[in-house]
Design a protein around this ligand. Structure first.
Ligand code: BES
Ligand code: ZN
Length: 619
């Protein structure tokens, strides 16, 4: 090789190297700034997790190892994971201890775990255990379960609690696959947001695999004396033994829901769709953990009347799990789309009348929430700014119901046919990726509005407070009838059970929530004696009735005892916060606190945090 060509080779090599470097560093920058995670994924990011843990009910501790495949995007010298209230014993690379440090502790974010890496590091392993401050996990004693013979455990990761039971890059922008080995007492079965066992193992060890990439807030584990019953070849339920049949009957339409959902937005991406019904302290109606939705037993009404929650969690298999909000400020992209999609699934199964009733209840919730935020209207923007706040503050009806109304209004303007094509393409073209509000608005402009020559006040909906005046008006003849019935009862002081005999739960909820502000205990007694609402076994109906009883000082039929019993048994946050708020708003905070003192130990940390704040409880 002569000198000239040598120089050329060297120059080309330098050029190529600098190109690759450039390419790498720009390619690396694909994550937006995230105020609720310490991770710096543009520097170094985890791509796969292998979890190997023991679950000890005696010590109430989970301990073991978390190994990660990592990609170093920018020749970073450290990778940062999120942790909160974990004991980090050691960190290893290739079986050798490696250096790490924990940063300072923040009340809501926890601590960054900084681990030294080199540009060649491919895998690291963290040895850790949980503590009694681990918020994601609730350890239940046998008495807190239905069958009362074995303990139970479940985790709740959303929004930023996965870091309290697994060290992880806990941002919704991260996507990982995972494997897990979980060892539990032999009498119990373990299930996760992954491929799951259908029967108990001989030795209490379980193997899991999640082959699709998921954001860390969807990592989930439940352990208990549970059994499985299939509904179809790809849907089924897990529950404690004595509830398996009731749950199976209640959710017998899961396959139909799947068919309806796939017809709308394309093939289900997660292969299996199961629901596990947990003990009553589970803090949510449902949680969309992939392949295995976690649900409250308060949905088991005996008549399938509360199954819209299953439709909702199924809908998240597209909106949320497939296309994920990039940050918690974009939470409406998860929940607003899901409420809309839930409504469409319910319409497909039960008709427009039922869907409109659900839609109108959502609208009413929205108006109440907007009214409640009249002194802090920025909380009613779809796009939030939660920097420096707990993401839980954004979990209001605004994301759900204003998001729903936004999409419902768009559907009406674009026409359902065009809107369905738009949404299906949206999910298909962004599958297994994340979405910011800005990116969605651009996509909407290009693929719906400009395409069909439509003008729409998107910015007003997304960035301004309240509900824009062009919001689609949902009407329901059924609800108009309910209003008439209520009016007659109030005017005549007589209630006739025959008029209400075919009412759905939605009609009852509308009836009860629209009592006049000055309704008297005597009028409530007329209603209760005719319809026996105090003894209702439908949790939703009972809850809204209890709310009115608290607000209007109704004491008939021993309703106080029922309310106390309900608040001690059930930990579903939406239900219990509605009731404690009713106590607080009607000057009876002390009464609420007296019950809360007995109930608090039964609640999961997310419910405890909310109610502590609501009642200003210091403990
Ligand atoms: N993903 C939510 C629950 C959630 C939200 C957990 C934010 C943690 C932080 C779930 O899909 C949900 O919305 N559940 C509702 C159901 C309902 C709106 C049908 C619930 O729990 O009430
Ligand atoms: Zn949801």
């Amino acid at each position: 090789m002569n000198l000239k060509s040598k120089v050329l080779v060297i120059a080309t090599t330098i050029f190529m190297i600098s190109c690759t470097e450039n390419k790498n560093s720009t390619e690396g920058i694909k994550y937006v700034e995230e105020p609720h995670s310490y991770a710096q994924p543009n520097e170094a990011v985890i791509t796969h997790l292998n979890l190997d843990i023991d679950v000890s009910f005696d010590k109430e501790i989970i301990n073991g190892t978390a190994s990660y495949d990592i990609t170093n995007n920018n020749e970073a010298t450290e990778i940062i994971l999120d942790t909160k209230n974990l004991v980090i014993e050691k960190v290893q690379e290739d079986g050798k201890d490696t250096e790490f440090s924990l940063g300072s502790y923040d009340e809501s974010l926890g601590q960054p775990l900084k681990i030294n890496i080199t540009k060649d590091t491919k895998k690291i392993t963290v040895f850790y255990q949980t503590t009694d401050k681990t918020e994601a996990v609730q350890w239940l004693k046998p008495q807190q379960t239905l069958d009362k013979t074995q303990p139970f455990l479940f985790t709740q990761g959303q929004a930023i609690l996965t870091r309290t039971w697994i060290p992880i890059q806990d941002s919704p922008q991260i996507r990982i696959t995972y494997d897990a080995t979980v060892r539990v007492p032999k009498a119990l079965m373990a299930v996760m947001s992954a491929e799951n066992p259908k029967v108990k193992s001989e030795d209490g060890a379980y193997q899991f695999k999640m082959a699709q990439k998921i954001p860390p807030y969807l990592m989930a584990l439940a352990v208990g004396d549970i059994a499985y019953k299939a509904v179809s070849d790809r849907t089924g339920i897990y529950a404690e033994n004595s509830m398996v049949d009731a749950v199976h009957d209640e959710f017998s339409e899961m396959e139909k829901m799947m068919v309806a959902a796939e017809a709308l937005y394309g093939k289900y991406a997660w292969d299996q769709f199961d629901v596990i019904v947990l003990p009553p302290s589970f803090p949510f109606g449902g949680m969309e953990n992939p392949r295995l939705t976690f649900a409250t037993p308060t949905l088991i009404a005996g008549d399938k009347s509360l199954t819209s929650v299953v439709a909702h969690e199924l809908a998240h298999s597209w909106s949320g799990n497939l296309v994920t909000n990039a940050t918690w400020d974009d939470f409406w992209l998860n929940e607003g789309f899901t409420v809309y999609f839930e409504n469409r699934i319910m319409e497909a199964l039960y008709g427009k009348e039922r869907a409109d009733m659900l839609g109108l209840i959502a609208r009413q919730d929205l108006d109440e929430e907007v009214e409640g935020f009249k002194d802090a209207p920025e909380n009613t923007h779809l796009k939030l700014d939660l920097k420096g706040r707990n993401p839980d503050d954004g979990m209001t009806s605004i994301a759900y119901d204003k998001g729903f109304m936004f999409l419902k209004t768009l559907e009406n303007i674009a026409g359902r046919k065009n809107f369905d094509v738009f949404l299906k393409n949206y999910f298909q073209s962004h599958a297994f990726s994340t979405m910011t509000t800005d990116k969605f608005i651009k996509y909407l402009d290009q693929n719906l509005l400009n395409k069909h020559n439509l003008s729409f006040n998107t910015d007003e909906w997304v960035y301004n407070p309240g509900v824009p005046s062009n919001a689609f008006e949902i009407k329901s003849d059924k609800f108009e009838n309910v209003s008439k019935t209520l009016k007659t009862i109030i005017e005549t002081n007589k209630a006739d059970a025959s008029v209400v005999k075919d009412w759905t739960t939605q009609e009852w909820v509308y009836f009860i929530r629209n009592f006049p502000e000055d309704i008297t205990p005597a009028q409530m007694a007329v209603i209760d004696n005719a319809f026996d609402l105090t003894n209702s076994t439908n949790s939703h109906k009972a809850m809204v009735w209890y709310e009115q009883a608290i607000i209007h000082n109704y004491k008939g039929n021993n309703v106080d005892t029922k309310i106390e019993e309900f608040l001690i048994r059930v930990g579903r946050r939406w239900y219990v916060s509605t009731l404690y708020k009713a106590f607080a708003d009607s000057g009876k905070t002390e009464e609420g606190l007296a019950i809360y003192k007995k109930a608090r130990q039964n609640y999961h940390s997310v419910t405890v945090n909310t109610i502590d704040k609501l009642l200003n409880n210091k403990e």
